[in-house]
Design a binder for this molecule. Structure first.
Ligand code: SUG
Length: 445
């Protein structure tokens, strides 16, 4: 039976803005208070989805969340009508208002951890929405994410949904951004590689920026997904690079099938960690362990270019391609590295550059914007078909974005209560386009 890796990209929401909310994410801090263009951001994301679909790689869409999240403001003591709640928060707690306005759910690599049915003990695809407990603006995503995932993957014969892990620093979980899978091919049993920033049982941790993913969270997910111990590995991120802005593992490493591309400084005790990866890999095709040295590309250049946040995809015609952010073209060492990589003896032979500047300025590259879900033919047939991209849906979503989204947003605009109504009516229409049912709180009231 054919097995596919389907990328489910987050559609950028109508309130995309730059609020400097993510301490430890260099782009987010550097671009705080820049004027954003939500319409352009959403169209750039759609172009990426369409590029993959045209390459013959199945593509799904995950809806944005309604923002501002007035319910969170109410929970924090703001009362009155929705416009009054927004006005009070704008006056008294502007930072909180920015947080509940964030369109951060677009980065669906952080939506959940997903295990394909070939790896789980009950042969179902398992989903655990990430609690994203390290950042307030992201910690409010899990309930809606959970409803949306259930609306896309609703068939209980094939899909199993878990609750997010308890919302406590011990179980900080940022989803698939810290998880990759190495296998012979998508349909074969794979090695589930979890990468954590901190283990509560040791003192090895970054000294400046936070480690957002814990080993305890990774272990809990591996247990509930029913992964085999022999084919699961937990390795630690290098705390030094977290302090240089590598806030998720997908900013410093990327894996696809039998290729693992990572920076020389990616992991703690790297030599030993990579030996463990080699030892746990069970595929019969050779594993390509491609280490990028500091001489090739420095950690700083990696963070600036987001080269490791490229998508590494298997092409239907054979071989693999890199879907890279166009920022990579502005750094000579990165371009040089890519061209050498494509010539060397490994499955990668092409690079496609994509303009995702709006998302990149908040620290979200191509890989951040997608949740990888490996599905066999039967499972793919059980997915909500309205969420799978084809040309009519691509065009319809382009029109929907142009109809509802503003082309500029600054901090002062966030106090405008009509932005809430615009966002609600846009998403109301989207639930019909994507056949999602009532996934938003405002539809339940
Ligand atoms: O969680 N940025 C996101 C970027 C997520 C990137 N995801 C992956 N690497 N997989 C974050 O830091 C910035 C929001 C702001 O500052 O307005 C933000 O949330």
């Amino acid at each position: 039976m054919s097995v596919y890796e389907v990328n489910f990209d987050g559609l950028v929401g109508p309130t995309h803005n730059y609020a400097g909310l993510s301490y430890g994410n260099v782009a987010s801090s550097n671009n705080a208070d820049l004027e954003s263009n939500p319409q352009q951001a959403a169209l750039q994301g759609l172009e990426k989805m369409w590029t993959l679909e045209k390459l013959g790689i199945p593509q799904g869409v995950i809806a944005p969340h309604v923002r501002p999240d007035v319910a969170s403001l109410r929970a924090l003591g703001f009362s009155g009508t929705d416009p009054q709640v927004i006005a009070k928060a704008a006056k008294l707690e502007p930072l909180l208002l920015k947080a509940v306005y964030s369109a951060s759910a677009m980065w669906t690599a952080n939506a959940a951890t997903v295990s394909p049915s070939s790896d789980t003990d009950n042969l179902k695809v398992h989903f655990t929405p990430a609690n994203l407990s390290n950042k307030f603006h992201r910690s409010i995503e899990a309930p809606t994410t959970s409803r949306i995932l259930k609306a896309i993957f609703s068939d209980e014969n094939h899909f199993e949904h878990h609750s997010p892990l308890p919302n406590h620093p011990l179980f900080g979980d940022e989803g698939a951004a810290n998880h990759t899978r190495l296998s012979d091919s998508y349909g074969h049993k794979g090695l589930a590689l979890f990468v954590y920033g901190e283990d509560a049982k040791t003192q090895v941790k970054p000294s400046c920026y936070p480690a957002r993913q814990t080993r305890q969270a990774c272990e809990a997910i591996a247990r509930s997904h029913g992964l085999s111990r022999a084919r699961t590995l937990f390795i630690q991120q290098n705390p030094e690079v977290i302090d240089q802005g590598v806030f998720h593992n997908d900013v410093i490493a990327i894996g696809n099938e039998n290729v693992f591309l990572f920076h020389e400084k990616a992991f703690y005790q790297q030599k030993q960690s990579i030996e463990e990866v080699r030892a746990h890999y069970t595929g019969s095709r050779p594993l390509h362990l491609l280490e990028v040295s500091c001489g090739d590309v420095s950690v700083e250049e990696a963070v600036k270019s987001y080269l490791f946040n490229s998508q590494l995809v298997s092409l239907p015609s054979g071989g693999m391609a890199i879907i890279a952010p166009s920022e990579c073209q502005t750094i000579d060492s990165v371009e040089r590295y890519f061209s050498a990589l494509c010539k060397a003896s490994n499955p990668i032979n092409e690079v496609f550059y994509i303009d995702l500047k709006q998302s990149m300025q908040n620290g979200g590259g191509p890989a951040c914007l997608r949740l990888r879900v490996t599905l066999n033919q039967t499972e793919l047939a059980a997915v909500n078909p309205a969420c799978l991209l084809d040309e009519p849906l691509y065009k319809r979503l382009q029109m929907w974005v142009k109809k509802h989204y503003r082309d500029r947003l600054r901090e002062v605009d966030l106090a405008d209560p009509s932005l809430l109504l615009e966002s609600q009516s846009a998403l109301d229409e989207l639930t019909q386009i994507l056949h999602l049912g009532s996934v938003y709180d405002f539809q339940r009231i």
